[in-house]
Design a protein around this ligand. Structure first.
Ligand code: NAD
Ligand code: TYD
Length: 354
């Protein structure tokens, strides 16, 4: 079996669902259920004995040690993190605690467990750390995309905390020989994306008749990857990645934010036109820029293609269409998140100690 952390969040829950759709190998899912953790994301797995959910902190070394000793996973995949740049600007402390201190405690518990394994299991074991392209900092307009050897130049408390965790993971390989893999991925989008992030926020505000906030001039560029493609890349890296290596994962979809917002509006105009016949784009509102806003991220994902044969299956056009359709079909999920009632759902469906 494998142990996944942060599997009730956006990418983690997509990963858990996809994993169990492709394999019968069980998953232990350790998640603290912060505001970003939502057990409703995993509702389709209720009653599925292949999925064991445990509420807890990656920084709780005792709990992690117990889980490892009891379930003896062949791999640990670390998705757990504080992930929102704007929140890291308003309050960096949780980012330091979870992303740096938490990852450190997790690594310590994993190292101790790994040392107890028999030779064959030790060699086969993997610690896969899910990171971001934001650790590389901001690119000039015409600069080549980030490769795995690009210098780390994190600019926000979020990216700095992720960079620190990447360095710890690297050091545990170099110093202790722990078989680690690190993936640095670009911006994900798709089902179960918390509506504080750009794409789900725009969909939600558009349908609610609210302004669509575009920071600054909207010309900041991101690379966008459909979340299911990220999940398939992680499965591939886990399967065939070389210990100690890092792999960039991207969608080959560099786009300015304003174009993303216009595309979402166009899909909504097509799939759920406004009663008055006007476009959702009329709701776009340029607002004050994010402090220290990185201008451009771009991922060169040729290493993972060359070495592991992975390429994204979705284009931005196909992925965004699926995403908008998913949000239109899952307004109950959006309503529960935006009203906060998903927290009550957690209380009802989860009993302490489970
Ligand atoms: P998310 O915020 O949606 O989910 C994070 C999950 O981690 C939540 O379920 C939360 O409850 C859990 N968590 C937080 N602190 C924890 C702790 N101390 N112990 C246990 N669980 C804890 O994040 P996401 O967007 O799903 O991102 C997952 C990972 O992927 C993160 O490491 C993030 O840095 C990375 N990443 C995200 C993106 C993106 O576009 N969302 C892109 C590249 C990399
Ligand atoms: P976000 O989804 O927060 O991801 P990240 O900051 O990790 O890239 O933001 C994506 C881009 O969209 C980023 O350049 C900030 C911008 N943005 C807006 O213009 N308006 C918004 O309301 C949000 C949330 C983000």
């Amino acid at each position: 079996m494998i142990l996944v952390t942060g599997g009730a969040g956006f990418i983690g829950s997509n990963f858990v669902i996809d994993w169990l759709a492709q394999s019968d190998e069980p998953i232990i899912n350790l998640d603290k259920l912060t505001y970003a953790g939502n057990l409703q994301n995993l509702a389709s797995l209720e009653g599925d004995s292949r999925h064991v959910f445990v509420r807890g902190d990656i920084g709780d070394a005792g709990l992690v040690a117990r889980l490892l000793a009891e379930h003896r996973p062949r791999a640990v995949l670390n998705f757990a993190a504080e992930s929102h740049v704007d929140r890291s600007i308003h309050g960096p402390e949780d980012f330091i605690q979870t992303n740096i201190v938490g990852t450190f405690h997790l690594l310590e518990a994993v190292r101790a467990y790994w040392n107890t394994l028999e030779a064959e299991a030790r060699t086969a074991f993997r610690f896969l750390h899910v990171s971001t392209d934001e650790v590389y900092g901001s690119l000039e307009k015409d600069a080549p995309a980030f490769t795995e050897t690009h210098r780390y130049e994190p600019n926000s408390p979020y990216s700095a905390s992720k960079a620190a965790s990447d360095h710890l993971v690297r050091a545990y390989h170099h110093t202790y020989g722990l078989p680690v893999l690190t993936t640095n991925c670009s911006n994900n989008y798709g089902p179960y994306h918390f509506p504080e992030k750009l794409i789900p926020l725009v969909i939600h505000n558009a349908l609610a008749g609210k302004p669509l906030p575009v920071y600054g001039d909207g010309q900041q560029i991101r690379d966008w990857l459909y979340v299911k493609d990220h999940c398939s890349a992680i499965r591939r890296v886990l399967e065939a990645g070389r210990p100690g290596e890092t792999y960039n994962i991207g969608g080959w979809n560099e786009k300015p934010n304003i174009e993303i917002v216009h595309t979402v509006c166009a899909r909504l105009d097509e799939l759920q036109p406004k009663a008055d016949g006007s476009s959702y784009a009329t709701q776009i509102a340029f607002v004050k820029d994010r402090p220290g806003h990185d201008r451009r991220y771009a991922i060169d994902a040729s290493k993972i293609e060359r070495e592991l044969g992975w390429r994204p299956a979705e284009t931005f056009d196909t992925g965004i269409r699926k995403t908008v359709r998913w949000y239109l079909a899952n307004q109950d999920w959006v309503g529960a998140v935006t009203s906060g009632s998903y927290r009550a759902w957690v209380g009802k469906h989860y009993e302490a100690g489970q």
